[in-house]
Design a protein around this ligand. Structure first.
Ligand code: PLP
Length: 495
């Protein structure tokens, strides 16, 4: 065992991978980062002959090196099974001159399943390894997709409870229906009267409440997180970039060591950070293209070096990216500051106090791997329609942000490097926005009528996740003020 995780805000914190997974967030409010990024120890050609699960093992064993081979393989086997509707787990679809990496074949039809189907196993294994006797309470803020994927992953997992907060008016109708119909006595879903940033900030505050931690501990509970601030979310996300590359190589689409671009529709910066880690593990990636919707705080950051959340929060048709505080960016900031907890803490305090910070020119120079741009609502709808019209392939509103930004990138740079676009959700999850983009005549139809229409035009079978909620009863009706979040947690736990 040689890899340790450190806090982005305090140099003295040093824990193993399993401890980092258990804690979620460092005690000082920082995020855990590996003290170095290990290099892949299998060649890309070897990887190209492996299954998804085998690639997963090769990547994850390096990042989670205090897990035994048996423990890790066991977690992987239990995660990537028939919960996915294809044996490939993450298939690549060639369309419009790019490769769409479909990350939505899991139980809740968004890419969050890629990590959240394994996180419960990583977490319960970590608890065992560290002799934790407390019940683990997963506390999660969601912009729509994490919540359902985490609920599905943790429902009825012994030794765990899960509490999900979502913005009551900030998710799609299907997303909300998926969450409020969740079964499992250990699940609790609450709408808040606020946006995703309010939910995320509220959750972080509960995590930092030392008094509550004491009361929890006495009652036999401890918190952990299913958000992408947990390294147990991030590490499984590295896998599919390596897998995608290995498939392109296996299928003769690229030559050995040929570089590819990766485009990621970005919100909390977790998915694209995983691609950045993949690149640092040795995967031949040229540009990491960060695609934003009209909440374009990251685009502005990459162009100016200033991160500024002081702006209007826009509700868009890609709600899972409606975020002004991209938590995982902190991991990149720490790194480009030369792994300096002091510098990072200074910038994060500034973000907390003034809503903004500016990086130095030395730090900015290290962002050359990244390209940022954004898509307006109109451009986004236009891309869904034009891809459908030209080849019959229907993409969701988040993937469309990525496809739009990729078009802008090509236009601007003339770069013709082969490119993988992370396709983060099934169009069935955002049926109304997707169908409206294709034809305004769908506007008057009901949510499930639209599902059937989408099936007709895309010739893709309606996913089980959608069939399941057609008639499912609503089981979670609580809505609360942001200030009440902590009380709701206490009520559910009976403390
Ligand atoms: C969560 C999510 C995103 C954003 O991913 P981040 O890791 O938060 O940047 C994009 N698309 C969909 C469909 C999502 O659910």
């Amino acid at each position: 065992m040689s890899l340790f995780y450190r806090s982005t805000r305090d140099d003295s914190v040093k824990v193993t991978a399993s401890q980092a997974i258990l804690k979620g967030l460092a005690p000082d409010g920082g995020l855990f980062v590996p003290d170095s990024i290990p290099a892949l120890d299998k060649s890309l050609e070897e990887l190209s002959k492996m299954s998804y699960k085998e690639v997963a093992y090769e990547v994850m064993k390096l990042m989670l090196d205090d897990f035994t081979e048996e423990e890790l393989k066991n977690c992987i086997d239990r995660a990537y099974d028939s919960k996915f509707d294809t044996e490939e787990i993450a298939p690549l679809v060639k369309a419009e001159g790019a490769y769409f990496l479909e990350l939505f074949h899991g139980a809740t039809i968004a890419f969050k399943d890629m990590a959240l189907s394994i996180l419960p196993h990583l977490l319960t294994t970590s608890a065992k390894k560290n002799n934790v006797k407390n019940e683990i309470v997963i506390l999660t803020a969601t912009s729509g997709d994490t919540g359902k994927a985490a609920l599905a992953g943790f429902a009825d997992v012994p030794g765990t409870k899960i509490i999900v907060f979502y913005p009551k008016n900030g998710v799609s109708p299907i997303q909300e229906k998926q969450m409020v119909t969740q079964k499992g006595a250990n699940t609790h879903v609450i709408g808040i009267k606020g946006n995703f940033d309010d939910a995320q900030t509220g959750v972080k505050k509960i995590f930092g409440d030392k008094e509550l931690e004491k009361v929890m501990n006495e009652a036999g509970f401890q918190f952990s997180s299913a958000n992408s601030i947990n390294i147990g979310r991030l590490v499984p996300q590295i896998v599919y970039y390596v897998y995608a590359y290995s498939r392109l190589l296996a299928n003769g689409e690229i030559q050995k060591d040929e570089k590819i671009n990766v485009v990621v529709p970005t919100g909390n910066f977790g998915n694209i950070l995983a691609a950045f880690y993949a690149k640092n593990m040795g995967l031949p990636i040229n540009k990491l293209i960060c695609a934003s919707n009209e909440n374009k705080v990251l685009y502005d950051f990459f162009t100016t070096g200033e991160y500024n959340r002081n702006r209007e929060f826009v509700l868009t048709t890609s709600p899972s990216m409606d975020i002004l505080i991209s938590s995982n960016l902190e991991r990149l900031i720490y790194r480009i500051a030369g792994n300096s907890a002091a510098k990072n803490s200074e910038l994060m305090s500034s973000l907390k106090d003034t809503g903004k910070y500016e990086i130095t020119s030395e730090m900015k120079a290290q962002l050359a791997d990244f390209y940022g741009n954004y898509a307006t609502e109109a451009e986004n709808a236009g891309t869904i329609k034009s891809i459908y019209d030209s080849c019959g392939y229907v993409i969701d509103t988040h993937t469309s942000v990525a496809a739009t930004v990729y078009n802008k990138y090509k236009e601007e740079t003339k770069d013709d490097t082969k490119t993988v676009i992370a396709s983060t959700a099934s169009p069935y999850k955002f049926t109304r926005s997707v169908m409206n983009a294709i034809d305004s005549k769908y506007d008057s139809m009901g949510d499930f009528e639209l599902v059937d229409e989408l099936c007709k035009i895309s010739k893709v079978k309606v996913p089980q996740a959608i069939e399941d909620i057609r008639t499912a009863p609503v089981l979670h009706k609580t809505v609360c003020e942001v200030e009440e979040m902590s009380n709701e947690v206490k009520k559910f736990l009976g403390i």
